[in-house]
Write a protein that binds this ligand. Structure first.
Ligand code: C5P
Length: 399
């Protein structure tokens, strides 16, 4: 594993990260940028690893270190990742050993950004992060806290324990699940429509009925399909970051989502309905804010359109995937939904567990196919579950 260290004050934590990684049995090779050397003493890293710490492309005895390091790595962890390093990586520059190693590697990459709030929130940095995530790079986004110079805000690098845990999760995803997904069936020429997020149904101009869906699963599916070369349209009710390289349509309500989905259905080959669509909405939306002094309002609700069931009815050759969030009788309920909505595949999640379903980054799922086949996808990152789902659907399209 490579531990890349770029030049920010958070580099003082990299020695602890290194120690923790070594305790997990990892063989860690530190690569430090010139600026990184100002914050962490190479001697400390050399004593702990027994390796010479390189920064430059030009002073190593290995004739091609910039390629050999990246090629041999099972993971490249960059902590801290400065705005400058992130920009260089996004641009594909190979201006020092760390940037060149990133460019010359197919290993998974985990970036742990650390910088001032203004630099993190700058559109340039945000765009760089979006693009890198779209390329499959993992990003452990910075937390809020005290920053160098006494400032407070978002930009603080995550704690070493959390970074090491995330690195392990990524390495662990080297499971049979991802092995299969890594076969990377391509989807060039396939038109994919994905929905994501929880819809919001207005009560009045300031209040709405919503749900706990974060949109992460749908966004991960859209990213995965795009990574495989599909032309992806994402209709999302989520504020979460959207992957690069796809068409994004933002919606709020079930009715808006229905309109956008139906108008694109005929031109789609595969639809992933990952959105948590509200089942009910207020029959009328108040035109102005309901006054607290008028007492609690009695809300009359009406059903929203079931978009997925409509797709099941209208479907020609499209492959339609539904999602089922259940708290009990997962498989039975999902099976009933598969039949009722006349779809090809249903991805069922148990949302009662703390580590799967809504809001969190991990998930476990059961895939139920129309032909009756059932497959368990064990606990994994949502990006990995997405990879497995998309892989299997791409396979079904080929058959
Ligand atoms: O019936 P239930 O809401 O559990 O079904 C979940 C699946 O149906 C999801 O794929 C969701 O996107 C879709 N759905 C829909 N329109 C609704 C409700 C759910 O498309 N009104």
């Amino acid at each position: 594993m490579i531990l890349g260290i770029s030049g920010g004050i958070a580099a003082y934590k990299s020695v602890e990260i290194l120690r923790r990684l070594q305790r997990t049995g990892a063989d860690v090779v530190p690569v430090v940028t010139e600026a990184g050397r100002k914050f962490v003493a190479p001697m400390a890293l050399e004593s702990l690893t027994g390796r010479r710490v390189s920064s430059s492309l030009w002073n190593d005895t290995d004739p091609i270190p910039h390629t050999s390091l990246g090629q041999r790595a099972d993971l490249i962890l960059v902590a801290p990742a400065t705005a400058d390093l992130i920009a260089r990586y996004r641009a594909g520059l190979a201006s020092d050993l760390l940037a060149a190693t990133l460019l010359a590697s197919r290993a998974p990459v985990l970036l742990c950004p650390a910088m001032h709030t203004e630099m993190w929130e700058h559109p340039a940095t945000q765009e760089n992060i979006d693009v890198l995530q779209g390329r499959g790079v993992h990003v452990l986004e910075p937390a809020e806290g005290s920053l160098a110079g006494g400032d407070m805000g978002i930009g603080r690098m995550r704690e070493p324990a959390e970074i090491v845990e995330k690195a392990q999760q990524i390495l662990l995803s080297d499971s049979p699940l991802t092995d299969l997904a890594d076969a990377a069936r391509r989807m060039e020429g396939v038109r994919v429509l994905v929905t994501a997020g929880g819809t919001r149904e207005s009560i009045d101009p300031v209040r709405f009925i919503g749900n706990r869906s974060s949109g992460k699963m749908g966004h991960a599916i859209a990213a995965e399909a795009a990574r495989r070369g599909a032309a992806v349209v994402l209709v999302t009710a989520s504020d979460a970051r959207t992957p690069a390289g796809i068409e994004v349509i933002r919606v709020q309500t079930a009715a808006e989502m229905e309109k956008e989905v139906l108008s694109r259905f005929a031109d789609s080959d595969v639809v992933f309905m990952a959105a948590a669509v509200a089942d009910f909405r207020p029959r009328v939306e108040a035109g102005s804010k309901i006054k607290k002094s008028d007492g609690p309002p009695l809300l009359e609700l009406e059903p929203t359109p079931d978009i997925l069931a409509r797709l099941g009815e209208e479907k020609a050759s499209q492959f339609v995937v539904g999602f089922a969030a259940e708290t009990d009788d997962l498989v039975e309920n999902a099976k009933a939904k598969l039949e009722r909505k006349k779809i090809d595949l249903i991805v069922a999640n148990d949302v009662s567990a703390a580590d799967s379903g809504f809001e969190v980054d991990t998930n476990r799922a059961v895939l139920l196919w129309r032909a009756g086949e059932v497959e368990d996808l064990p606990l994994a990152l949502k990006s990995e579950i997405a990879a497995a789902i998309v892989e299997r659907v791409a396979g079904a399209l080929e058959d």
